[in-house]
Design a protein around this ligand. Structure first.
Ligand code: NAP
Length: 275
């Protein structure tokens, strides 16, 4: 039981398809005690069965990260109900729809500010507010995507937010290292979730990734969950400030791979065309 004796809070479960749910399950299976949050009353009802399944008990809290008072209240609830915690999972992102398709240069300042606030600044604010209840070997994990490093069609505004999130991870890691707190990110391959549904032509991203990744498949929330659990556990005690790819290896590819057909001729792996 890798996580036995560890307690943590997981933000960003919308349903059983959420990456955060995969991480929560992996932590729970390895003996952790987990608390989860919900956005508003509507989601409280939807998430109640998941909170029950994860045996959260009273540790099932409201938290809309755009409301600083809810983050402050979260700290008080954790302090009352759980005492100190050992990990935080920040699996939250949002961009107005206009930022996830169309011409990049059309993005409004309002959409930009919202995306940066919810998808990036919230990590800093959560860590700062919850720091008093973090143990001195705590681990913080956030979720990124390759579109923060390279151009991905339609990822547009979220690409800029993920670039900022990855650097935020590194600056936080340095700052909190002196307190024994580690901060890492997982850059996950595309997974069909509620948030992903908002990205233009997401189905094509899934096909492209599976066709070009060395492992020739897309990753699941269980894959990300297990890697996330490792980064939250003492097994990764020497790791901080990292962006760890869980994407079937997609990020290492510089060009589509070549394969060999029955005649021994080289073909481009993804469409079978002769070279
Ligand atoms: P998801 O299930 O839709 O989770 C996104 C979560 O963000 C939801 O729980 C959503 O809450 C929450 N959220 C949005 N605005 C919020 C706010 N103001 N306050 C609190 N919570 C808020 O989608 P997901 O794919 O698992 O996304 C989780 C993370 O993984 C995101 O950072 C995403 O960018 C990242 N990621 C996803 C993929 C992918 O392909 N799916 C790949 C790489 C990285 P509500 O649903 O209740 O609004």
């Amino acid at each position: 039981m890798i996580m036995k004796g560890k307690k943590g809070i997981i933000l960003g479960i919308a349903n059983k398809k959420s990456i955060a749910y995969g991480i929560a399950k992996a932590c729970k299976e390895q003996g952790a005690e987990v608390a989860i949050t919900f956005l508003n009353e509507r989601f409280e009802k939807k998430l109640a069965p998941i909170a029950e399944e994860l045996e959260c008990g009273v540790s099932f809290y409201p938290c809309d990260v755009s409301k600083p008072e809810e983050i402050k209240a979260l700290k008080s609830s954790i302090e009352n109900d759980m005492g100190q915690i050992d990990f935080i999972v920040h699996s939250i992102a949002f961009a107005p729809k206009e930022g996830l398709s169309g011409r990049f240069y059309d993005i409004s300042k309002e959409a930009f500010d919202i995306a940066m606030d919810i998808s990036v600044y919230s990590l800093i604010e959560i860590v700062r507010e919850l720091k008093p209840v973090l143990s001195n070997r705590a681990s913080v994990l956030t979720l990124s995507y390759y579109g923060g490093v390279k151009y991905i069609p339609n990822y547009n505004l979220m690409g800029v937010a993920k670039a900022a999130l990855e650097m935020t991870t590194k600056y936080l890691a340095e700052d909190l290292g002196r307190d024994g707190i580690r901060v890492n990110a997982i850059s996950a391959g595309p997974i069909k979730t509620l948030a992903a549904a908002g990205i233009g032509e997401f189905g094509f991203m899934l096909k492209w990734n599976a066709a070009h990744a060395p492992l020739k498949k897309n990753v699941s929330i269980n894959d990300v969950g297990n890697s996330g659990m490792y980064l939250l556990s003492d097994l990764s005690g020497g790791v901080t400030g990292e962006v760890h790819y869980v994407d079937g290896g997609f990020n290492i590819m510089g060009m589509p791979a070549v394969d060999f057909n029955e005649d021994g001729k080289q073909v481009i792996a993804w469409n079978g065309e002769a070279k």
